[in-house]
Design a protein around this ligand. Structure first.
Ligand code: NAD
Length: 489
């Protein structure tokens, strides 16, 4: 039965609206495979309306013209609103995309709120520059908002991915049109309502749910969008750059896939901690994390001991009801993604890797989409499960002999999002970290992180960085104003 509690209508110019042609699509919960609600199926006409609203808001300066300190106050209130509505947002996220409610509440809501607060707080503390010219000139280098920012996000961390883009974009004074994933559209719509309640003027943030080709492409191709900020697969990310070039050469930023190597040397300072991190990080969020350490390289001499410990931990991650506060692994986002994951398990077996744990669908009686935590050993670099992003709870364990060997193997990837190295040797840690082609390299931990550091990838993991003050570079133009001074003295 459709749950009327969840409003799936679009959000344009500060109002809930149906798609122009009243089309909808079904929002199915992966928790039990049942219909959660119906959602506006936005297309070109809806995107046009949202972009027009965003453009009007930008041009009349109702937001872009506000002092940074005033924008800060609204964004901080917006962040507070997320926390006030934390339980509601967490429940929505869990039902919509299947992650355990404990993490939806403790990680997703809190990180999104923290991100919005951080950019709000930052924006009235950033100064522009004066160039070191001769005294006959005053050259100002100022950052200005770009205008209308199109944002397209995936389904794995719907609120966080949206916040990483809309928070710096809004803080800098832009207007935004956000297209959430068709697989998890609900929290983005609710965030926009909360932003209005916090004082964000209508039209500054608009949300157009819908399918990629129907709602995402019109946004990426739009002639009145100044920048498109995308997070998703490398396949679609490449199309986003083409669409930017085919239309108005809008700025295009892409945060894409990964196949991150996690390298454990025999002199790892704490093997138990390394095992916990390796297993915990690949199974966190059902393995649906762009930076999941899905390639685990363990030095040959400690491989047996490592695997024994990993196998002892694996049962802890058995999938269970995401609404139960004790659950640590929930449902895969939908049937299609679950089938993809299971297909990779078959591929791994066919390629000759040894399946040590899991590999099966689980909890079929629920009607939802669950996969056991899965560990393959004996994986080699050429295998598909070592090269391709699976985006599910599947760990591929490989072996290596020395630092040069593992760096060569680790860099043998089209991706370069993250990596990790575990060793007590400081020279080896620095040397390997430098040699790894990745946007972030962790040393003796895997997932410690906060909003102060950039996040993004080398190679086909994308173009540009989310988080930190660097994110402002994506949403601002740099202007030079050269003033001649004919000094009378
Ligand atoms: P996806 O590329 O299929 O979809 C991402 C978004 O793009 C969705 O909103 C989708 O509707 C839209 N889209 C799809 N086709 C489109 C088109 N032709 N034109 C415009 N928009 C289109 O990715 P996904 O399955 O939603 O997400 C998983 C991917 O996201 C993984 O590859 C993962 O690594 C990546 N990801 C990367 C990061 C990062 O920061 N690097 C973070 C999270 C997820």
């Amino acid at each position: 039965m459709v749950n009327q509690q969840f409003d799936g209508r679009a959000w344009i110019n500060g109002e809930r609206v149906d798609a122009r042609d009243r089309a909808t699509f079904d929002c199915i919960s992966p928790v039990d495979g049942r219909l959660l609600t119906t959602v506006a199926r936005c297309q070109q006409a809806d995107v046009d309306a949202a972009v027009a609203a965003a453009r009007a808001a930008f041009e009349d300066r109702r937001w872009s013209g506000m002092a940074p300190a005033a924008r800060k106050r609204v964004l901080i209130k917006f962040a507070d609103q997320l926390l006030v509505h934390a339980d509601e947002l967490a429940l929505m996220e869990t039902l919509d995309m299947g992650k355990p409610i404990r993490y939806a509440r403790a990680v997703d809501v809190n990180s999104a709120a923290n991100c919005i607060r951080w950019y709000g707080e930052a924006v009235d503390k950033i100064y522009d520059e004066i160039a070191p010219t001769a005294s006959t000139a005053l050259a100002l280098i100022t950052r200005e908002p770009m205008g209308v920012i199109g944002v397209i996000v995936p389904w794995n961390y719907p609120m966080i991915m949206a916040a990483w883009k809309i928070a710096p974009a809004l803080a800098a004074g832009n207007s935004v049109v956000l297209k959430p994933s068709e697989k998890s559209p609900l929290t983005a719509l609710r965030l926009a309502e909360l932003a209005l309640e916090a004082g964000l003027p209508p039209g500054v943030l608009n949300v157009v749910p819908g399918y990629g080709v129907e709602a995402g492409s019109p946004l990426a191709l739009h002639m009145d969008v100044d920048c498109i900020a995308f997070t998703g697969s490398t396949r679609v990310g490449k199309q986003i750059h083409v669409m930017a070039g085919q239309s108005n050469l809008k700025r295009a930023w892409t945060e894409l896939g990964g196949k991150s190597p996690n390298i454990v040397f025999a002199d790892c300072p704490d093997l138990d901690k390394a095992v916990e991190a390796a297993v915990g990080s690949i199974f966190f969020n059902q393995g649906e994390s762009c930076n999941a350490p899905s390639r685990l390289y363990v030095e040959a001499g400690i491989q047996d001991r490592f695997l024994e410990k990993a196998l002892a931990l694996a049962p802890r991650y058995a999938p269970a009801n995401p609404l139960d506060s004790a659950t640590v692994m929930g449902a895969i986002v939908d049937r299609t993604q679950m089938d993809t994951v299971l297909r990779y398990v078959d591929t791994g077996k066919a390629e000759g890797a040894s399946l040590l744990y899991g590999g099966e669908q689980a909890l079929t009686q629920t009607g939802g989409f669950y996969v056991q935590p899965t560990i393959f050993a004996g994986v080699t670099s050429g295998m598909a499960i070592a090269r391709e992003e699976i985006f599910g709870p599947v760990l591929s364990v490989l072996s290596f002999t020395d630092a040069a060997d593992v760096v060569r193997q680790a860099n043998q990837s089209v991706y370069g999002l993250q990596a990790a190295v575990w060793t007590r040797d400081i020279n080896k840690a620095h040397g390997v970290a430098r040699a790894l082609r990745a946007g972030t390299v962790h040393v003796n931990q895997y997932d410690e992180d906060d909003i102060t550091v950039p996040f993004g990838g080398y190679k086909q993991s994308g173009v540009g960085r989310d988080k930190s003050l660097h994110a402002f570079d994506k949403y601002t133009e740099t202007k030079t104003t050269w003033i001649r001074i004919d000094s009378p003295v």
